[in-house]
Design a binder for this molecule. Structure first.
Ligand code: GRF
Length: 187
């Protein structure tokens, strides 16, 4: 059984889809949902699935407490699903090639520091792009620069707003992320 942990800072709709996907798997399980926000809705979603939760501050993460927890729980893979803190190097090294992120744009466009959530979709709209999409990639010590595993795109029309773009991107994420994780971890 592969043991997966999800790190998320917010609502966790992707986390929910992933928990649903692996709920009855006998090859992989979501063994932990961890968040830097004690009030993040993702924690409630985890409880609904009976998945253990863990919260930590940025300081604690940087001091190694999150890695300790992941190791104590024998976590094989770390999934970032809307996790907003920069991952410290000791963590990316410990899980090199075993940590995956989803980014709500077609990297290398609209990546890097400050490019998350609505900022990404507003930038796509401002640029007048005719498509956007999602990127699933491995995580290294640089924001959004790890090896790209999968991309999918969706058209953007003149009528689209950052909000409707966000909805389209979320739909793509939900449709693909759980399956791509399964393929990546080999289950
Ligand atoms: C997603 O759009 C993901 O790409 C980004 O953060 C968002 C998280 O959404 N990194 P949710 O919390 O899964 O609903």
């Amino acid at each position: 059984m592969k043991r997966l942990a999800i790190l998320a800072s917010g609502s966790g709709s992707n986390a929910e889809k992933i928990m649903e996907h692996f709920q009855h798997s006998d090859k992989a399980e979501i063994a932990l949902v961890a968040s830097n926000k004690t009030e993040a809705f993702v924690l409630e979603r985890a409880r609904k699935f009976g998945v253990p939760t863990f919260t930590f501050s940025r300081k604690e993460m940087d001091a190694g407490m999150l890695l300790e927890k992941l190791q104590a729980e024998n976590i094989d893979w770390v999934i970032l699903a809307g996790f907003l803190l920069k991952i410290p190097d000791h963590l990316t090294h410990a899980y090199s090639d075993k940590m995956v992120n989803i980014h709500p744009a077609l990297l290398p466009k609209y990546g890097g520091k400050g490019m998350y959530g609505s900022f990404v979709h507003a930038a796509v709209k401002d640029a007048g792009d005719t498509e956007t999409g999602i990127t699933i990639h491995l995580v290294n010590e640089h924001y959004d620069e790890g090896k790209i595993i999968f991309q999918a795109s969706t058209p953007v029309s003149l009528e689209d707003t950052p909000e409707t773009i966000a909805d389209k991107v979320h739909a793509l994420e939900h449709a693909h992320f759980p399956r791509v994780i399964g393929e990546l971890v080999g289950v």
